[in-house]
Design a protein around this ligand. Sequence first.
Ligand SMILES: [Zn+2]
Length: 301
Amino acid sequence: MTDPTPPGTADWAAASRLIRVEEQLTSNEWVPKLWQSDDALLLPIDSERRIPVSPSGDAVRFIRPTGDYDSQRHFLLGHLDGAPRFVTTMEWQDAQFVGSGTVVAASLRDVAANLPDAHRDVAIAAVAITNWHRNEPFCPRCGTPSEVLKAGFMRVCRQCHNEYFPRTDPAVIVAIIDPDDRLLLGRQSSWGKRVSVFAGFVETGESAEQAVHREMAEEVGLGLREVSYFGSQPWPFPRSLMLGFVAYTTETEISTGYEISYADWFTRERLERELAEGTIDIPNRSSIAHRLVTAWRTGSL
Ligand SMILES: [Zn+2]
């Protein structure tokens, strides 16, 4: 199975250019020294979780770190193009950005599809790590405020000595294809015109494949065969990793569960016609749902 990633669509399968520096993060000297280095760059995220981007949304914009390094607020994402990239939460509207040109505030949801892969990786890691610190400042066991270590990638409770790390919640998203090569698309009632393939979280103690079978039985009442892995996509809202699968079924009778308001089988001709008529919409380019639909549309599944 190939993933015919169209031009301009995010490539999640190649190695990231953002080089994580896990082994050096525990050094009390190394990270503050990087903060002071001439080539260090800082991505500021404002209190509404917006990131600074170029007006066309095709590049993340950075500032130079200033002042002393604060281990509780300044988090090191890694190196990109040889330069250390930090992130912090701060109001940045009056900040001096590196390079020329206007800077605008954007939600990652709106610009992820346009960003080059390396900038997208930095932005997603930045939103994910700042989300974690914002949402989980206390020890979940004893309630004491925990302390940030490892340049932002660990918290420790000084009271009960437990250590905490940023977590990722796996979810499965599945393109289901019937014997006539039709794709199952549907929506929840809140989605408006958008239709998509179906998704759900992996439950505790469950494999991803088991989650595929369970979720699709719950959501659309279909038994599946030939479940195969397609690809993945991180999505920090709030902390998911979407695991894409393709599944075939011999059953065509759909029985929607409580989450799904509409589901139906689409031929390629029907999908093209309804998109052209504007009666439906499909997920945007940054999503793995888009990649799954596109792979089926182009006959690559
Ligand atoms: Zn504790």
